[in-house]
Write a protein that binds this ligand. Structure first.
Ligand code: DGY
Length: 321
């Protein structure tokens, strides 16, 4: 019997494949920053025993129905809204993700984005590049304080907790809303559970960390933004689909909220003509929440370990339940 075939949908360092090359045969899309075309993905999936996918790959019924040997899909992300998990389970394909290993890194970015948005760091850096700095001035690029303010976190999973920890270090009051209460986290970090409406109306910073599901789609809509303080700063590091982007633009234009920091968008990538780009009250990032060299390396290794476990007949390390 030949080696099992694993198809990887983005170029990753060959060195990471070394430990597995004796047991498996690898095929890989050759571009790092270009998604694999759908027809290529379908064709590769037809012959693959395992797939290592990224969030722009749509793993749906069409793909799964044409992949007779496929046993495992390892998604290089904690989120898995790009995968039809019901269809995968119907086709007896195990799906895995990369929880835990990226929580601290994503929280670092989330908190950095919050700080950049509140203290106008990107705008201030551009100010110098544009040669606008003539003199020190009392309110030059004055932003909003972070310390001692209230942060409201939607989604108290591992990333939410890591953000809460950082916020307590800044002497912030931390509120959260989640499907279920987390008494142990409340006790450990001194965070306060709030109803969703209360979270919106009481928070100075609202941070979205919820996964995108049918229930969370468009959570941040016109009604939600209208409930926020006019000084509120909205941060999204989860998925663009949890936000009605037109409603967010309108809320910013009408002054219903003060600013937004966005690492994720409904359709990615966005281009420079996107309405969020170029505004002083919005900081946009290209979905880099977990993008540290260390964490991305660990995520890739976890995906390979998951695939390898399933193809050897063992239990995957981080299956999606
Ligand atoms: C995730 O893990 O879901 C991130 O958004 C991708 O890095």
């Amino acid at each position: 019997m030949g080696k099992a075939t694993i198809y990887i949908t983005r170029k990753i360092p060959e060195t990471l494949l070394k430990p597995y090359q004796e047991s498996f045969s690898f095929r890989m899309w050759e571009k790092e920053d270009e998604r694999v075309p759908r027809d290529v993905l379908l064709e590769e999936a037809r012959h693959a025993d395992g797939l290592l996918t990224v969030l722009s790959d749509n793993v749906d019924e069409e793909l799964l129905a044409q992949a007779p040997n496929l046993k495992v899909v390892a998604n290089l992300a904690v989120g898995f809204d790009n995968i039809d998990v019901d269809a995968a389970s119907k086709h007896q394909v195990i799906v895995t993700n990369t929880p835990d290993v990226l929580s601290e890194t994503t929280a670092d970015l989330g908190f950095g984005l919050l700080m950049a948005t509140a203290r106008r760091i990107v705008e201030a850096s551009a100010f110098i590049e544009q040669d606008k700095w003539n003199e020190w001035a009392p309110f030059l690029l004055a932003g909003a304080d972070i310390h001692h303010k209230t942060i409201g976190i939607l989604g108290m999973g591992r990333i939410g907790e890591a953000i809460a920890k950082r916020a307590t270090g800044f002497n912030m009051n931390v509120r959260y809303h989640n499907r279920n209460r987390k008494p142990a986290v409340e006790e450990e970090l001194g965070v306060i559970y709030s109803g969703f409406d209360e979270l919106l109306s009481e928070s100075d910073f609202i941070v979205s960390v919820v996964p995108l599901t049918e229930e969370t789609a468009n959570t941040f809509n016109q009604e939600a933004f209208a409930k926020m303080k006019t000084s509120a700063i909205f941060i999204n590091i989860s998925r663009g689909g949890v936000v009605d982007e037109d409603a967010l633009l309108e809320a910013l234009d009408k002054g219903e909220i003060r600013a937004a920091g966005l690492d994720v968008f409904r359709e990615e990538p966005i281009r420079s003509d996107h309405p969020f780009v170029g505004r002083d009250d919005v900081v946009c990032l290209p979905h880099i929440g977990s993008a540290s060299v260390e964490t991305r390396t660990t995520m890739i290794q976890l995906c390979l370990d998951n695939i390898s476990a399933v193809l050897r007949g063992s239990k995957p390390i981080t299956p999606i339940k």
